[in-house]
Design a protein around this ligand. Structure first.
Ligand code: PLP
Length: 371
């Protein structure tokens, strides 16, 4: 079986380096706030160009902590695309704010600017205070457009960069444009830990300081609690592993891009769309998404029979999820999000795919359409 992601192949060539980093953490026995946290944060700053980086427990908490540190309060409205992973909106709801869903652009699958203006014009009891745009699948949303709307309506911006860390928008790294950029470092992400992990990028010293207080039980000095905070720290062990892996991120992303380009060329002429990449962004292909006319589910079965794993990310848009029922949305509210759920399929694109595997994926997809 060609899996959707094979982490064993990614880890094998750097295993000795990672083992040494883990051993050092065990030898020092400084498992919470060990020196590797600061070192990893410094590397994140160097890599991303953001002024500050704050390691946290996972990507969901990265979004939640960002909103809290930016002063978003329970009951405030936060714009968020209806087509993304649950956590983009779950993080908003978990701190008591209210996700205000917005449709997506059909080609890039990222938040629609027109949709945001529409949501902001709606007569609503909610005070909309922030936007969580999502750089879905590995490419950036229209950041300039988003920042313009944010400025006009005085909204905070938390870029959900869970899937796009390493992608560039007009030559600068995703996650460094908004008030905060939230990273997920979940094992399956392009830069992944050996368990849950996350980080927040920001250019504001004040916000970075607030984030550090909120991630650590609301204290700056032990046992003196300034605000109601959380236990949302990044583990020293994960920071040590991530520090090793960060050096390889650009190389891995480049191989993902080469795999994607190979698929783009080889799948030309078939009744499907390969990913559309707007000129303002690079794409690091956290997922390589095919757009099919109602054929997703049948193609999944065909590929499975050929020994290839493929996935629908995401089968149900957020406005139709049971957990958000109380928000009062209905089918038909966000047609592009609903259509994307039915028409998209992710195929393996991870860096370690061999030429034989890529050719098998291509010939299996061609076989499906030629049958
Ligand atoms: C778009 C998006 N946002 C947020 C998250 C949440 O990250 P985590 O799983 O690290 O909490 C993820 C990853 O799962 C994601 O893909």
């Amino acid at each position: 079986m060609i899996p959707i992601l094979d982490l064993k192949r990614q880890i094998a060539p750097i295993r000795a380096e990672i083992d040494a980093a883990i051993k050092k953490v065990i030898d020092n026995a400084n498992f919470v706030f060990g020196q590797e946290i600061r070192e990893f944060e410094e590397e994140l700053v160097k890599y991303s160009g953001a002024k500050y980086a704050v390691g946290v427990s996972n990507g969901t908490d990265a979004i939640k902590l960002s909103l809290v540190a930016l002063g978003i309060k329970p009951g405030d409205g936060v714009l968020c695309p209806a087509f993304t992973y649950y956590a983009s909106a779950g993080a908003i709801a978990s701190m008591g704010a209210v996700p205000v869903f917005v449709d997506i652009e059909p080609d890039s699958y990222t938040i629609s600017l027109e949709g945001m203006e529409k949501a902001l014009k709606k007569k609503n009891k909610l005070k909309i205070k922030a936007i969580v745009p999502v750089h879905l699948y590995g490419q950036c949303a229209d950041i300039d457009g988003i920042l313009k709307i944010a400025k006009k309506h005085k909204l905070k911006v938390v870029e959900d960069t869970a899937q796009a860390f390493g992608a560039d928008y007009k030559g600068k790294k995703a996650g460094t444009f908004g008030d905060c950029g939230a990273l997920s470092l979940f094992p399956g992400k392009n830069l992944g830990a050996f368990g849950d992990a996350g980080a927040i990028l920001t250019n504001s010293q004040t916000i970075a300081e607030h984030l550090k207080i909120f991630r650590n039980q609301g204290n700056k000095e032990k046992y003196y609690h300034l605000v109601i905070g959380y236990n949302n720290r990044l583990d020293t062990l994960q920071a040590a592993i991530l520090k090793v892996k960060l050096k390889y991120l650009d190389g891995w992303n480049k191989r993902r891009q080469e795999n994607a380009e190979y698929f783009n060329q080889q799948l030309k002429g078939l009744p499907l769309n390969t990913p559309f990449v707007p000129e303002y962004t690079t794409h690091i292909y956290h997922q390589y998404i095919l757009r099919l006319n109602g054929a997703s589910l049948k193609l999944i079965e065909h590929l499975r029979a050929k020994g290839i794993d493929s996935r629908v990310y995401y089968p149900v848009p957020l406005h139709l999820q049971k957990c958000f029922k109380a928000l009062g949305y209905k089918k038909g509210d966000f047609p592009e999000s609903e259509r994307a759920c039915k028409e998209t399929l992710a195929i393996p694109v991870y860096p370690d795919l061999t030429r034989e595997e890529k050719d098998h994926i291509v010939s299996s997809i061609k076989g499906y359409f030629n049958a």
